[in-house]
Design a protein around this ligand. Structure first.
Ligand SMILES: [Zn+2]
Length: 240
């Protein structure tokens, strides 16, 4: 197959999501993608600023993109984007401001949380679930979906807080009871051990404990859980 043979040996193909974009020089862009097969990568898109048709208008967030890029080895931080096209459009997200903001905030967490060049298939699945739901969804449910996504993201990255007992003295936290949380220490801290940064109400804590078994959060959980997720990302991933 001649078309294949002209490609360099480091040519990669993967589905991906655009995480960030910044200008490089007169005509180029530096793009960060979360790719399904290679994790978070950074590439240069030559002439992407000048020529809209160069990448067919595909360099937009939230759509699932088909990407082709050259990986120039572990010592070269920036790959080179060859092709980008929309594989699965999600045009519904931009119809509601709240859903748009939730999608952007979720991908911002991914950008901060993911290590470079490390495939994270479970994070990829969580992103697809969130973005598809926001794409379909009417507004008003976005924050709850974002909260569930954030907690699952923390679980995927190994940062989920321990919520059933004190992480210091191991004393169990009675069912349904509010608990102080220390994101730095990794979960519940009892009054004696101290150091809580925020308090999680009992019902919210119980629903978070039920999430891995297929449970759901309620609308009232969204705000405290999002705050908790951002505490965790600040503690572990330098979220500002
Ligand atoms: Zn304790």
């Amino acid at each position: 197959m001649p078309a294949r043979s002209v490609r360099s040996r480091s040519a990669r193909r993967s589905s991906g999501l655009l995480l960030s974009s910044r200008v490089l020089g007169e005509a180029d862009l530096i793009l960060q993608f979360f790719t399904r097969d290679y994790g978070r990568i950074s590439v240069v898109a030559r002439s992407a600023r000048n020529s809209r048709k160069r990448f067919g208008g595909a360099l937009e967030p939230f759509h699932q993109l088909a990407l082709e890029f050259d990986d120039r080895g572990p010592d070269v931080e920036l790959g080179l984007l060859r092709e980008a096209s929309v594989q699965l459009p999600r045009v519904g997200i931009v119809k509601h401001l709240e859903n748009l903001e939730c999608a952007g905030r979720g991908l911002g967490w991914v950008r901060h949380g993911l290590p470079p060049r490390t495939p994270e298939p479970s994070v990829w699945r969580c992103c697809a679930v969130l973005l598809d739901a926001l794409d379909r969804g009417a507004p008003a449910d976005g924050l709850r979906l974002l909260a569930e996504f954030g907690f699952e993201l923390c679980e995927c990255l190994g940062w989920a807080p321990e919520l059933d007992g004190c992480v210091v003295c191991r004393r169990a936290c009675p069912e349904g009871q509010s608990a102080g949380i220390s994101p730095v220490r990794g979960g519940v801290v009892c009054r004696q051990c101290g150091g809580a940064q925020r308090v999680l109400r009992g019902p919210t804590r119980m629903r978070l404990l039920g999430l891995p078994g297929g449970g759901q959060l309620e609308a009232e959980d969204a705000e405290p859980v999002i705050a908790l997720v951002e505490d965790i990302l600040r503690a572990h991933a330098g979220l500002e």
